[in-house]
Design a protein around this ligand. Structure first.
Ligand SMILES: [Cu+2]
Length: 179
């Protein structure tokens, strides 16, 4: 019995902070009126293969949905290029730090860096299938917004931005504060 405390201590140390960190993003429905209820989370984790994207979402249409990083960490309504107030407009456009200016999806180098693999939603409206984003790592996430679109994503500029259409749900990833 007298060894038990030190065993517990060792167990606690093995799950201590130097274990692989993950970024969990809370995702909420959005509309032109503001931010609504949570539909779940998406968790991001660095791996040797790229950024692992693990959704745990519900309440979605059973189809494919565009999933991207947008430039600004806000899910508030805001104006689009035409001056109309749209859902999560404050998030800005697709995250494109190298100014490629084209939406080609997650597997093409000269594409928006924020182009994530599309979300596959099951018949019951849940999305739980993990995907990999090989061009991204965790440090790219901070200070962005994660966007779930109403429409799909064909990883091309036609239709516009892969056909994602309206902004259905959104999560903020705050800027990272070191320490
Ligand atoms: Cu988008």
């Amino acid at each position: 019995m007298k060894y038990l405390p030190s065993l517990l201590c060792a167990a606690a140390l093995t799950s201590a902070p130097w274990a692989m960190a993950a970024v969990e993003v809370d995702v909420h429905r959005v509309s032109a009126d503001g931010i609504g209820d949570s539909i779940g989370t998406v968790t991001f984790e660095n791996t040797q293969y790229g950024l692992l994207v693990t959704p745990d979402l519900s309440g979605l249409d059973s189809s494919i949905h565009g999933l991207h990083l947008h430039t600004t960490p806000s899910c508030e309504p805001g104006e689009n290029d035409a001056g109309e107030v749209i859902a999560a407009g404050a998030a800005g456009g697709h995250y494109d730090p190298d100014e490629h200016g084209t939406h080609q999806g997650p597997y093409v180098d000269d594409s928006h860096l924020g182009d994530l693999p599309a979300l596959a939603v099951a018949e019951d409206g849940t999305a739980q299938v993990p995907t990999l984003a090989p061009r991204l790592e965790e440090s790219d996430l901070y200070g962005r917004a994660l966007m779930v679109h109403a429409g799909g994503d064909n990883y091309s500029d036609h239709p516009t931005l892969g056909g994602g259409g309206g902004r259905f749900a959104c999560g903020v990833i705050p800027a990272h504060s070191p320490g």
